[in-house]
Design a protein around this ligand. Structure first.
Ligand SMILES: C[S@@+](CC[C@H](N)C(=O)[O-])C[C@H]1O[C@@H](n2cnc3c(N)ncnc32)[C@H](O)[C@@H]1O
Length: 214
């Protein structure tokens, strides 16, 4: 990491707050915002956290679902232990992952998957779309009826078709940008709720997509 990056990070109020509160990453504040805004979690809920390292989202989630809930965190990178969180060291898209996630369906599937950033807008957008598509493919197999899918994407021209695909199996699709998301970043967050495992709408008849301003 370059000196400038480290200096900017030390000045970043979200980064500093995350360190002070033991949240491991500033990303934790983005999920806390999404939970406040869209009421993602309930005590006792079951949540799958994809792209979970270093663990900020998993910490926020485990606090929200409590001791009766279940949180499973997936990432190829190591995650230091978090009370109440099961870690699966794996890559989304790899064969056999679904069999390691247990037989019970999940109420919420989160995806904060990030590609390696190239700096080229079109390339990073395409890689991010690929990751969201893989996360959605997995989510469709493990989400409970009525469940919610939350995913980060880098904005770009393929976003509408991804939202349309997801919206065919969900009642509502919303997109937003949490305040903790850097303005310079093209990332957006998609919140799709009311999952229907078997009742996909035909192409061209997706759920209405609503934008949420900050
Ligand atoms: C922005 S970080 C996630 C931060 C995390 N949500 C938090 O709050 O600490 C993105 C993560 O996606 C992971 N990732 C990228 N591709 C992945 C894949 N195919 N399967 C699982 N994780 C992946 C990376 O290893 C990285 O840890």
């Amino acid at each position: 990491m370059g000196g400038r990056f480290l200096r900017e990070r030390r000045r970043d109020p979200y980064y500093r707050a995350a360190q002070q509160q033991g949240l491991r990453s500033r990303a934790a504040f983005k999920l806390a915002y999404l939970d406040r805004r869209f009421r993602l979690f309930r005590p006792g809920g079951r949540v799958l956290d994809l792209g979970a390292a270093p663990g900020g989202w998993s910490i926020v989630t485990s606090q929200a679902v409590g001791a009766r809930g279940r949180v499973v965190a997936v990432d190829p990178r190591p995650i230091d232990p978090i009370p109440g969180v099961e870690v699966v060291r794996a890559r989304v898209g790899e064969t056999g992952l679904v069999d390691r996630l247990g037989p019970e369906p999940y109420d919420v599937v989160l995806s904060d998957l990030s590609p390696r950033i190239s700096g080229a807008y079109a390339t990073d957008h395409a890689r991010s779309v690929d990751l969201v598509t893989q996360a959605w493919t997995l989510a469709r197999r493990v989400l409970a009826p009525g469940g919610t899918f939350v995913a980060k994407m880098f904005d770009g021209d393929m976003v509408p078709s991804v939202l349309e695909t997801i919206g065919r199996s969900c009642d509502r699709v919303r997109r937003t940008k949490p305040p903790a998301s850097r303005e310079a970043s093209s990332e957006i967050y998609v919140v799709a709720s009311g999952f229907h495992p078997d009742r996909a709408r035909p192409p061209g008849a997706p759920a209405a997509v609503r934008d949420f301003a900050i």
